[in-house]
Design a protein around this ligand. Structure first.
Ligand SMILES: Nc1ncnc2c1ncn2[C@@H]1O[C@H](COP(=O)(O)OP(=O)(O)OP(=O)(O)O)[C@@H](O)[C@H]1O
Ligand SMILES: [Mg+2]
Length: 443
């Protein structure tokens, strides 16, 4: 117990005593979660408290200012809030708590524990917007990243420090796939941001991943769908800041964000509330810029030798691959896994659509013969899929196309290779060996 108290007391001792007068602002307008406060000059990103009942206060965050008024967004409900309520600033603007005390813990968007454990006391802080580094500090992706999923390891090999998107419509298996990767991946620290998802999934995830020895290397930041948009955005920033902090200490980090689309939705809500015009599908330009910035923060660091491998799920609304978030994500990410509803409906899980999935760094990180085999596999799958109807109708006569003959003969083995039960982990070298065995035997 004394061990817990000592750093806290040391910290308190180190803080200079602030005897300057406290400044308050007054709430002058409130609509739709947006507060206008007069008389308080605090920077964007500052956290404030609004007193709404004697001895009680609500949290709010500064998101902009206009005509001498400060605009804030409430983090909770606006129940009992009245005109003229007092507002004061709190904490240090733009800085988020990070550090080892978060390992093994689950927290919300304000970095407060949600796992029922002790309060988290961390003395380290990291800028919410990240530390801007020069483009040349990003060392290239050189080492393969083991996902523990055979189809991905063998056919779209990803690299350490790569940013990968998992794109699919709703209910096709994004969350289950990243769950498999979180379990099978080799990483020193796993930071998971569950943003805008269902609360049930959060408790499921925490229960499954916060066990035994894995617990000490996992941080979960969860902000379910019913939380205020700026809290969701803050959760995404906190997860990214946490990953950056561990990277700066030379660790290999896996950052998982489920889902990037909900982060974009949160940024859209805030942008529209501040009066920005909505452009593509109602997304103001700032919302798309927010996700670009967020994704750009993952990658390798030459200075520390650490890395952040980013895994982001993207909801392709209505299975529409031309959604602005899908488009932006695809252009900024270095690889994407596309899941197909057709395959899921046929019972093939994970429902990876190999033809549409791509790793832009695969050719730099795997040997020539592996690349060759992966190309062969893709060609066989593509050949079967394009002629699938003909084959199933019996309109195809064997011998007309040797490639298709081989694809038909091997079809069961090929789909068997792509499938993998949820609890199974297939390491990278074994995936490559199985691919070689599969295509070698069928030759
Ligand atoms: N590998 C798998 N094995 C068996 N069933 C699966 C697998 N992956 C997904 N499913 C089934 O698909 C359902 C939906 O999966 P999941 O929750 O991962 O979808 P999602 O793409 O994350 O959806 P949403 O966009 O709504 O969050 C699961 O509840 C499960 O029944
Ligand atoms: Mg999901």
């Amino acid at each position: 117990m004394l061990k817990l108290w000592k750093p806290i007391l040391a910290d308190l001792g180190a803080q200079p005593l602030d005897l300057s007068p406290r400044r308050f602002g007054l709430v002058v307008a409130c609509d739709g979660g947006l507060l206008e406060v007069s008389g308080l000059s605090v920077p964007v990103g500052a956290m404030c408290r609004v007193s709404h009942a004697p001895g009680k206060s609500l949290a709010a965050e500064v998101i902009g200012f206009r005509n001498g008024r400060t605009m804030m967004m409430l983090l909770g409900d606006m129940i009992l809030l009245r005109p003229g309520a007092r507002v004061w600033a709190e904490g240090r603007p733009g800085l988020l708590p990070v550090g080892d005390p978060f390992l093994g813990r689950a927290v919300d968007g304000e970095a407060l524990p949600i796992d029922g454990g002790f309060a988290i006391h961390s003395r380290l802080e990291w800028p919410a917007g990240g530390v801007r580094t020069s483009a040349l500090d990003r060392s290239p992706v050189r080492l393969p990243f083991d996902t523990g999923v055979r189809a991905l390891n063998a056919l779209t090999t990803f690299g350490v420090g790569q940013r990968i998107g998992v794109m699919a419509g709703s209910g096709v298996g994004k969350s289950v796939l990243i769950d498999m990767i979180a379990r099978g991946a080799s990483a020193e620290v796993v930071v998971v941001g569950l943003i805008g998802e269902r609360a049930r999934e959060v408790s499921d995830f925490v229960e499954r991943h916060m066990q035994a020895e894995k617990r000490d290397k996992t941080v979960v930041i969860a902000v379910p769908a019913d939380h205020a948009p700026n809290l969701r955005l803050r959760g995404a920033m906190l997860a990214t800041a946490m990953a950056e902090h561990f990277r700066a200490r030379g660790r290999q980090v896996l950052l998982i964000m489920d889902s990037l689309t909900r982060v974009a939705h949160a940024a859209r809500e805030i942008g529209l509330l501040l009066g920005e015009p909505g452009a593509a599908r109602g997304y103001p330009p700032s919302a798309l810029a927010t996700i670009t910035k967020l994704v750009e923060r993952a990658g390798n660091s030459a200075a520390s030798g650490g890395s952040v491998t980013g895994l982001y799920t993207v909801l392709a609304d209505g299975d529409n691959q031309d959604d602005p978030v899908v488009d932006t994500a695809r252009s900024i990410l270095d690889g994407h896994i596309v899941l197909s509803r057709d395959l899921a409906q046929r019972g093939q899980y994970p429902a990876v659509d190999i033809a549409a999935s791509l790793s832009r760094v695969m050719n730099d990180i795997v040997p020539q013969d592996h690349q060759q085999l992966a190309r062969q596999f893709r060609a066989l799958i593509a050949s079967y899929e394009t002629n699938r109807d003909l084959v199933l109708m019996g309109a195809y006569r064997a011998g007309a196309d040797p490639q298709l003959d081989r694809a038909i003969a091997m079809h069961d083995q090929l789909t068997g290779f792509l499938g993998q039960p949820q609890g199974e982990i297939v390491p990278l070298d074994e995936s490559a060996a199985q691919l070689a065995a599969l295509l070698g035997v069928g030759r």
